[in-house]
Design a protein around this ligand. Structure first.
Ligand SMILES: Cc1ncc(C[n+]2csc(CCOP(=O)(O)OP(=O)(O)O)c2C)c(N)n1
Length: 158
């Protein structure tokens, strides 16, 4: 089962841990900032048998804001106010909590990392690095292609 926080970024890890206690192994897909907001959720690991696989998409902060075209705001620093990139190393943090962790080097490695995490039956952190600007451009281009394909198909019904 996959779990994703739809709105607030606080407490996503704790919610995943809680659900995993009741329902067994599951995957939490989270951003690097959201995870940082709630790493103490891993304190639940102590003396409990929890298998929450955390797949963290690390794009160096709140990459979602790159999609809103608000980089042209008149005042304030977009990076400081919205992206908020942090210096904390999530893998070192995971180690401090006694977790197993893995860095995924490329998308092809992701499947292997997930298989590895399934073989462990414990809490795991998998870190996947992406570039939020490139991700945004890819989404826009996929969106444009989809619109084009749909309008071509619809016009063939005219
Ligand atoms: C409690 C709370 N504070 C602030 C926000 C505003 N907010 C929405 S998304 C986001 C950044 C999330 O960053 P990250 O977890 O790295 O995910 P990404 O943007 O890369 O998808 C913030 C601060 C929120 N939704 N909830």
């Amino acid at each position: 089962m996959a779990l994703g926080g739809a709105s607030g970024i606080d407490g996503t890890l704790s919610m995943g841990m809680g659900l995993s206690i009741i329902m067994g192994r599951m995957i939490l897909i989270t951003g690097d900032l959201a995870l940082l907001h709630d790493t103490n959720g891993w304190l639940f690991s102590k003396d409990k048998n929890i298998s929450l696989i955390v797949i963290m998409i690390d794009n160096g902060g709140g990459g979602i804001f790159n999609q809103l075209n608000i980089d042209r705001i008149e005042e304030g620093d977009f990076e400081e106010i919205f992206l908020m990139p942090q210096q904390v190393c999530h893998l070192t943090l995971a180690k401090a909590y006694g977790l197993k962790y893995k860095q995924v080097a490329c998308l092809d490695d992701l499947e292997q990392a997930i298989e590895w995490s399934f073989s462990l039956s414990t809490n795991v952190l998998i870190r996947v690095c992406t570039n939020s600007l490139e991700d945004h451009r890819l989404r826009v281009s996929l969106n444009d292609d989809l619109k084009k394909a749909l309008s071509e198909n619809l016009s063939s019904f005219d």
